[in-house]
Design a binder for this molecule. Structure first.
Ligand SMILES: [Ca+2]
Length: 242
């Protein structure tokens, strides 16, 4: 039978102590991590800041607060340029929003702030350019093009639509409802406001001259909010199908 000599016993004990110490250390670390996680909560998590603002923690007052965005990343990508509603190109949406906030909060020299800067918003993505007037025939054909566009999005995404590939009418109704729900988020109140149309309108305006006229036409009673029935009607669905 093999017997351990004194040196080997010493090595074994040392190894055992190391293992025990390692386990205890891990336990201590997990307890420490747990306690830190429990104590440290992001004070900004429940705060929603306004246009051009970000949330920071004010250590003096021990509270979170919204301030104008402090810095925007340098952007050299022309595709990320934005055009304001006053037809002025900005380096990015961040730069436009920051400048408006800085002007409103008097965080920058007033000589750089015009009336327009204090009231601007993003009109569309891309550099400002002459948008061609919407032609009647293009506007008339717009629901069909929107339909094709939505079909493509649905096909490329994992949005659940009816499984029947043959039933194109049902598929189209599903697409109309899905897009309405996708837009109706802030607030989620079963109406789509002009503000909520922004994610749909802004990326398309520089390419689709009729998008604004088309969306304005969806609000058939001109109350500045679109219902699901109005949305379906302007996309060519009969009210009974929604
Ligand atoms: Ca809404």
């Amino acid at each position: 039978m093999y017997h351990l000599d004194n040196v080997e016993w010493t090595k074994c004990w040392a190894l055992l102590l190391l293992i025990v110490a390692s386990i205890e250390c891990k336990n201590d670390q997990s307890e420490l991590t747990k306690s830190v996680t429990e104590v440290v909560e992001d004070p900004c998590a429940s705060i929603k800041c306004g246009f051009g603002q970000e949330c920071v923690f004010d250590h003096d007052n021990n509270e979170a607060e919204c301030i104008c965005i402090r810095a925007c990343p340098q952007n050299d990508d022309l595709r990320r340029r934005v055009c304001s509603n006053y037809n002025e190109t900005w380096q990015s949406d961040c730069h436009l929003m920051k400048h408006r906030c800085d002007c409103l909060e008097e965080q920058t020299d007033s000589k750089y702030c015009t009336y327009e800067h204090k009231h601007m918003h993003i009109d569309y993505y891309g550099e400002c350019k002459d948008i061609e007037p919407c032609q009647d025939d293009v506007l008339e054909d717009f629901p069909r093009r929107m339909r094709d566009w939505l079909d493509n999005i649905i096909s490329l995404s994992r949005v659940e639509v009816t499984e029947s590939k043959q039933d194109m009418a049902h598929k189209w109704i599903d697409a109309i409802i899905w897009k309405f729900c996708d837009l109706d988020k802030e607030p989620h109140d079963r109406y789509v406001s002009r503000h909520e149309l922004f994610p749909l309108r802004a990326p398309l305006l520089s390419m689709e001259s009729c998008i604004s006229d088309f969306l304005d036409g969806c609000d058939s009673n001109a109350d500045h909010k679109i219902t699901l029935v109005e949305w379906g009607k302007c996309l060519g669905a009969s009210p009974g199908k929604l």
